[in-house]
Design a protein around this ligand. Structure first.
Ligand SMILES: Cc1cc2nc3c(=O)[nH]c(=O)nc-3n(C[C@H](O)[C@H](O)[C@H](O)COP(=O)(O)OP(=O)(O)OC[C@H]3O[C@@H](n4cnc5c(N)ncnc54)[C@H](O)[C@@H]3O)c2cc1C
Length: 397
């Protein structure tokens, strides 16, 4: 039977877009269905959130031929400094001791999206935008996908349907995938911070009894703040006058970067953990936030989604005509990494968002051990850099 496409990707965000780019290097016929024009995403302030890219993600973006423009808009992290407010434990990781140029890179989400969107325009991928998924039906030999394009419904057939449509995935909903959800009842306050210090290559992760604070190096001498706390408290903190807001932040973060100032308005994001235990079904697969939405404390959501895209592309390029094998290979190769990162992030939040004396001893001895035992430190660094799991061909060469 002939199909309109080999692969239809619903969602042209950072993850779906990167999958499209990976497949553009093949003879597969691919379409990306995206509901929002890039200009609309550009004007959305959520796009300003800082994304910490791991060293492993850099390797994937190099293989997609987009690392150079991404790097031009990114800041390199040479050191990571992890500490716990009011306690003795701390650990430092450095790029030099891991024999890499950088432990990771920081870039605004909208800047990655811009590079991906521009690169897709020059590829052989069909971009259907603005268009949204309405529904789909799976048959033995195809999936029939109904979309709304320019206000009109249209049905397209494909061999494989990919849901890369984010945390509120319609592909997931229409396919009745089981979703496990947990709300942390926390919000992240994100914004840009001016600092007194002239150190601009260190990423700080500071744990406090209210929740963790991440400060990531940004352009123009600024730092990008992700400050996590209980939802109710976040509302109160956002309502504080600027000087009180800064006083509070300074007292929680400490003097690692000297005097802190605000550069622009901060925003809040609700924090949940959701994941789909089995993210493949006949002729359908979920990747990125559609399959797992993580707490941003460990900066892993996009990095994990990018590895989903790389490994799915790998499986598709090896088995272009056999979607059952593609899905089986993908499920086998992604299960461990997804479970490890989801569990790692969840455990870090539970361990570091409490003031219990017992947890405090455990986390401080943990940080001390990390600092003193090179093997543990290397393992932690590899996990943070996104190198902990088996690599896809896209990342390995
Ligand atoms: C404050 C904060 C900080 C973060 N920091 C980091 C970090 O440091 N490092 C990191 O790795 N991750 C981080 N993340 C997570 C990261 O932002 C996400 O994991 C990533 O954006 C997920 O990408 P995605 O493409 O899967 O989903 P999305 O970015 O949500 O993209 C989904 C796309 O699908 C489209 N779409 C939705 N529904 C439909 C439909 N029905 N039809 C057609 N199109 C549709 C949407 O318009 C969108 O373009 C952070 C998140 C937050 C909130």
């Amino acid at each position: 039977m002939s199909h309109d496409y080999d692969v239809i990707i619903i969602g042209g965000g950072m993850v779906g877009g990167c999958l499209g780019l990976a497949l553009s290097q093949s003879s597969l016929r691919v379409a990306i269905v995206e509901s929002r024009e890039f200009t609309e995403k550009q004007s959305d302030s959520a796009g300003k959130r800082a994304i910490a890219l791991s060293w492993g993600s850099r390797r994937i973006l190099e293989q997609l031929n987009i690392w150079r423009p991404v790097n031009d808009a990114a800041m390199a992290i040479k050191h990571i400094h992890v500490s716990d407010k009011g306690h003795f434990g701390k650990t430092r990781l450095s790029a030099a001791s891991q024999n890499v140029d950088a432990l990771g890179y920081v870039i605004e989400a909208v800047k990655i999206q811009a590079v991906v969107t521009n690169s897709l325009k020059q590829s052989n991928i069909d971009s259907l935008c603005p268009a949204s998924l309405v529904d789909y039906v799976v048959h033995d030999d195809s999936a029939d996908v109904t979309i709304s394009l320019n206000g009109k419904e249209k049905t397209l057939s494909c061999k494989l349907l990919v849901g890369a449509d984010g945390g509120l995935s319609k592909v997931r909903e229409c396919g009745a995938f089981e979703l496990k959800e947990y709300s942390y009842d926390q919000h992240a306050i994100a914004g840009l911070i001016s600092v007194e210090s002239d150190v601009h290559d260190v990423a700080y992760e500071r744990f406090t009894s209210e929740g963790p604070i991440a400060m990531l190096p940004h352009f123009d001498g600024l730092y990008s703040l992700v400050w996590i706390m209980p939802s109710e408290l976040a509302q109160d903190v956002m309502a504080l006058p600027e000087n009180e807001f800064l006083e509070r932040l300074q007292s929680r973060f400490g003097q690692w970067l000297g005097q802190l100032g605000l550069s622009g308005k901060c925003q809040t994001f609700p924090l949940n953990l959701s994941h789909v235990p089995n993210n493949t079904a006949e002729r359908v697969v979920l990747i990125g936030n559609a399959a797992h939405q993580l707490h941003p404390v460990a900066g892993q959501g996009f990095n994990l989604g990018l590895r989903d895209a790389a490994i799915l592309a790998d499986a598709l390029l090896s088995n272009q005509n056999d979607m059952a094998t593609v899905l089986e290979t993908y499920a086998n190769r992604r299960q461990l990494d997804q479970a490890l990162i989801t569990g790692f992030t969840d455990n870090v939040i539970k361990l570091f968002s409490t003031d219990s004396a017992l947890f405090s001893v455990v986390r401080n001895s943990g940080l001390l051990m990390l600092d003193k035992i090179p093997l543990m430190k290397n393992q932690f660094a590899r996990q943070t850099m996104g190198l902990g799991s088996r690599l896809a061909r896209l990342t390995a060469s």
